[in-house]
Write a protein that binds this ligand. Structure first.
Ligand SMILES: C[S@@+](CC[C@H](N)C(=O)[O-])C[C@H]1O[C@@H](n2cnc3c(N)ncnc32)[C@H](O)[C@@H]1O
Length: 295
């Protein structure tokens, strides 16, 4: 019996089965469970879900359809693109990219990627050092603002790509460094995006991720299209480990992200810097091969 059939025939679902019903990973489903009012009960340490209660809950519009969430996210950036650079100045200035790129400066000859480049905030500065910058975003309107900026500054070594961070249109082992600033809290499955970063970065290359710490400003979901209320640093570290990165460090970025609600509440959210290195490939020679076999 296929997994789908088994769900069709069951009323009481496990966490894995309920996640399948929602067509999201168990991690995303757990996040939903934490943040939304999903009908669920705990039996000992295990979660159990009544399928009919879940379906009823969804049909009442309590659940936001997940592809709809992605569409809304894209619509938000399509709408704000023309004014995004002005908005950004209020949230975080140029100091963030200057500090970050001073710390992780591409060497001449490097190919680097800026995932969720937006209007090209990091890519603009990276292009002054790297041989080639792949600047990827899912929003055509944001990329259009970036294109005009690169053109007016003669930054001919930036390649703009419309694409999805969950499924990068970049070759395996092709990038010396991969950056992502304030992308993860806007996407459905940050852990998947981190796995993609691991895939495209070269051995010895690094993923450099900056984002906001866990917070409780729920209005950011409605007003700024945030999908995650920031992250626990341990969670980010776990995702980097799971992806295969080593020498992982998740530390204070030393910058806050400022933002204000429609009602005028101004908040400052601390940001973290997460760095992981892809392990070098093991060069096999007779000696170290033997060592592995003897272990
Ligand atoms: C808060 S902006 C940050 C932009 C830029 N990194 C910066 O520092 O100014 C988040 C960007 O992520 C993009 N984005 C959202 N979901 C995405 C996805 N699944 N794949 C690629 N980009 C995405 C948005 O279009 C937006 O441009």
């Amino acid at each position: 019996m296929s997994e789908q059939q088994s769900i069709e025939n069951k009323e009481v679902l496990t966490l894995e089965e309920a996640s399948q019903l929602f067509q999201v990973s168990t991690k995303t489903f757990l996040k939903l469970l934490r943040e939304e009012n999903i009908p669920a009960r705990k039996v000992g340490r295990e979660w159990r879900f009544s399928k009919s209660a879940l379906l009823q809950w969804m049909s009442e519009g309590n659940s936001r359809d997940y592809s709809l969430i992605e569409d809304q996210n894209q619509a938000y950036f399509e709408q704000v693109a023309p004014v995004y650079d002005e908005l950004r100045k209020g949230c975080y200035g140029n100091a963030l990219r200057e500090m970050l790129i001073a710390k992780f400066t591409p060497k001449p000859g490097f190919e680097v990627a800026d995932i969720g480049t937006g209007t090209g905030y990091l890519a603009h500065t990276l292009a002054q050092y790297a041989k080639k910058v792949w600047a990827l975003d899912s929003s055509p309107a944001m990329l259009e603002v970036a294109r005009k900026d690169f053109l007016s500054h003669n930054l001919n070594n930036v390649i703009l790509i419309e694409g999805d961070a969950h499924d990068l249109p970049l070759n395996d082992n092709s990038q010396d460094l991969v950056y992502a600033n304030l992308l993860l809290h806007h996407i459905l499955e940050p852990s998947l995006a981190i796995k993609e970063m691991f895939r495209v970065v070269k051995p010895d290359g690094k993923a450099i991720i900056t984002d906001i710490d866990l917070h409780n400003y729920k209005w950011l979901k409605e007003e700024k299209s945030d999908l995650w209320l920031g992250f626990e640093r341990a969670e980010i570290k776990g995702w980097l480990q799971e992806a295969g990165f080593t020498a992982i460090e998740v530390t204070d970025l030393g910058c806050n992200c400022r933002t204000s609600s429609k009602s005028g509440t101004l908040v400052e959210i601390p940001m973290f810097l997460a760095v992981g290195t892809k392990p070098p490939t093991i060069k096999r020679n007779k000696n170290n091969y033997n060592k592995e076999v003897n272990h």
